[in-house]
Ligand binder design. Structure first.
Ligand code: IPM
Ligand code: MN
Length: 346
C-alpha cells in the first residue's frame, strides 16, 4: 500500500510526549519513499479506564487490527491498580495480535557512555518470546491472605510456540555477520520447559547449520551481560527471562532512554507493535524531560518491518549522529525530537 495506516496508542505519562516526537521522525523518514502516513489515535490507558472502566474492548481490538502497524508510547499509572493495564491492555494486545517475537536490540552507540568500565563493542538482539511463559495468566491462588496461601503462576511453553520463535531467532542470526545464537534458560531446574527449548534449538539448528549455537543458564547470562557483553549476537529466550535480560541489556548500552522494541507477528496475520522499552515514568511526565530516542529507534524497527530498510537506516543514522554530539547538553523532549527529525530529513 502507498499509505501506511498507523494505529497510535500514546498511552500514559511520558507516552504522549515521546510518541509525538516518534511521529515527527516517522514523517521525516517517509519523505521521498512514496509512502504517506495516516494515523488513528486510540484513547487507551489510565484516563480511559478511570472514565469508563474499560482497558481494551473487542471493538478497540477490531479497529486496531485493520491497521498496518501500531506505535505505542507507554502504559501504566500509579492511580490504577498494578496489573490492570498491564494485563488488560498491553499484554492483551501482544497476545491477541500474536506478537510472538518480542525483538529488543542492544547496541552501544559510539559516544554513549555505558556503566561498564570497559564495555567493548556491544551489538546484539534479544528475541524474547512474547505470547507464552508465565505471562499467560495460567495460575491462581487459594487461601489468600492466610498463612497457608498457595499462589501459582504456571509457565506455559508449547512445542508450537517455542518452535516458531526459535526459528525466527535462527533466521535473524543467519542474517547477521557473526551468525551466533545463544539460548538462555534454566534447564537444570526448569527441566520440562528447559528441555523443550533445548531440543527445539537443536532440531531447528539443522535448518540453519551455518549458525553457531551456545547455551547459558539465565543466572550466568546476567554475569556475561556485564562482564563480556560482546560475546552475544542473538539471544533467544522465554517471555520472563527476556523481560529481565532486556532491562539489564538496556542499562548496559546506556540506559532505558535508548532501548527500542518491536512486538512482531512474523506471519503478518495482525499488525505488529513498536514501543520503547521504558514505562510511563509518571514522576517526570508533562515536564518535557523524557528522552524520545527509544521511541524514534522503535520507529526504525517499524520502518524495517514495513519493508523500508533505507528509511530505517536513516533513522538509526540520525540517532547515532545525535548521541555522538549530545554529551553534557540538556534538551527538552521536543528539542531532541526536532533535532532528530532534522537529521533524518537530511
Ligand atoms: C516490558 C514491560 C511489560 C512486560 C510489563 C509492563 C507488562 O516490563 O515491556 O518489558 O513485562 O513485558
Ligand atoms: Mn520489562
Amino acid at each position: 500500500a502507498q499509505q501506511i495506516d498507523l494505529a497510535v496508542v500514546a498511552g500514559d505519562g511520558i507516552g504522549t510526549e515521546v510518541v509525538e516526537q516518534g511521529l515527527l521522525a516517522l514523517e521525516a523518514a517517509l519523505t521521498g519513499t512514496g509512502r504517506t502516513l495516516r494515523t488513528t489515535d486510540f484513547d487507551l490507558g489510565a484516563r480511559r479506564w478511570h472514565a469508563t472502566g474499560e482497558t481494551l474492548t473487542d471493538d478497540d481490538l477490531a479497529a486496531i487490527r485493520t491497521h498496518d502497524a501500531i506505535l505505542l508510547g507507554a502504559i501504566g499509572d500509579p492511580s490504577v491498580p498494578s496489573g490492570v493495564l498491564e494485563r488488560g491492555l498491553l499484554l492483551k494486545l501482544r497476545f491477541a495480535l500474536d506478537h510472538y517475537v518480542n525483538l529488543r536490540p542492544a547496541k552501544l552507540f559510539p559516544g554513549v557512555s555505558s556503566p561498564l568500565a570497559d564495555p567493548g563493542e556491544i551489538d546484539f538482539v534479544v528475541v524474547r518470546e512474547g505470547t507464552e511463559g508465565p505471562y499467560v495468566g495460567n495460575g491462581g491462588a487459594i487461601r489468600v491472605g492466610t498463612p497457608h496461601e498457595v499462589a501459582n503462576e504456571v509457565s506455559v511453553n508449547t512445542a508450537f510456540g517455542v518452535e516458531r520463535v526459535v526459528r525466527d531467532a535462527f533466521a535473524r542470526a543467519a542474517a547477521r555477520p557473526r551468525q551466533k545464537l545463544t539460548l538462555v534458560h534454566k534447564h537444570n531446574v526448569l527441566v520440562h520447559a528447559g528441555h523443550l527449548w533445548r531440543r527445539t534449538v537443536e532440531a531447528v539448528n539443522a535448518e540453519f547449520p551455518q549458525v553457531t549455537v551456545d547455551y547459558l543458564h539465565v543466572d550466568a547470562a546476567t554475569i556475561f551481560l556485564v562482564t563480556d557483553p560482546s560475546r552475544f549476537d542473538v539471544i533467544v529466550t522465554d517471555n520472563l527471562f527476556g523481560d529481565i535480560l532486556t532491562d539489564l541489556a538496556g542499562a548496559v548500552v546506556g540506559g532505558i532512554g535508548l532501548a527500542a522494541s518491536a512486538n512482531i507477528n512474523p506471519d503478518r496475520t495482525a499488525p505488529s507493535m513498536f514501543e520503547p522499552v521504558h514505562g510511563s515514568a509518571p514522576d517526570i511526565a508533562g515536564q518535557g524531560k523524557a528522552d524520545p530516542t527509544a521511541t524514534v529507534l522503535s520507529v526504525a524497527l517499524l520502518l524495517d518491518h514495513l519493508g523500508l530498510p533505507d528509511a530505517a537506516a536513516k533513522v538509526e543514522a540520525a540517532v547515532a549522529a545525535d548521541v555522538l554530539e549530545r554529551s553534557g547538553r540538556v534538551r527538552t523532549t521536543a528539542e531532541v525530537g526536532k533535532d532528530l527529525a532534522a537529521r533524518i530529513a537530511g
